[in-house]
Write a protein that binds this ligand. Structure first.
Ligand SMILES: [Zn+2]
Length: 158
């Protein structure tokens, strides 16, 4: 399930499965999340081209909460920062590097091996339908420059 079209098709099938009507707003939100593999912030979603002109922020927020409750999407909360949303499709990589200062979020490509290891361990404990979500928090290079803060490891003993 690699392409945006595949992810979007997965989302529509999932809606059918859980008997969730696909309204125009829901379709637009799901399509946006399917296009982006990385989590999208609420702000980025409401500013996105097709959504901006057709849905107000309150509608988008309600839609997100409903899709989250139905487990079609997941919410990644950042401390004191905005929330990010990502499609729950099976291929979603859930390993993120998150800046504690600016809230930027990027994929931490640890690869499938980490995911498989976690799933094998979980299965050995009798868990099913598992997924791995890994969030590594720190300061991005840009924020370190602005804060005039080097690596914590480099400065620890100076
Ligand atoms: Zn930052």
């Amino acid at each position: 399930m690699k392409s945006a079209a595949d992810r979007f098709a997965w989302a529509l099938t999932y809606c059918q499965k859980v008997r969730l009507r696909v309204t125009p707003a829901r379709e637009l939100v799901l399509n946006q999340l399917a296009v982006h593999c990385n989590p999208l912030s609420f702000e980025a979603l409401i500013a996105a081209e097709p959504l901006r002109d057709r849905c107000d922020a309150a509608t988008v927020y309600r839609t997100l909460m409903l899709l989250k409750d139905a487990e079609i999407i997941r919410q990644i909360g950042l401390p004191q920062k905005t929330s990010y949303f990502v499609l729950n499709s099976p291929d979603t990589i859930c390993q993120y590097l998150i800046c504690r200062r600016c809230g930027s979020i990027s994929e931490l490509a640890l690869g499938r091996a980490v995911q498989r290891l976690a799933q094998t361990k979980a299965a050995s404990r009798g868990f099913s339908a598992t997924y791995l979500e890994l969030e590594v928090y720190g300061f991005c290079p840009e924020c370190q420059k602005r804060m005039n803060l080097g690596s914590p490891f480099r400065n620890r003993h100076s």
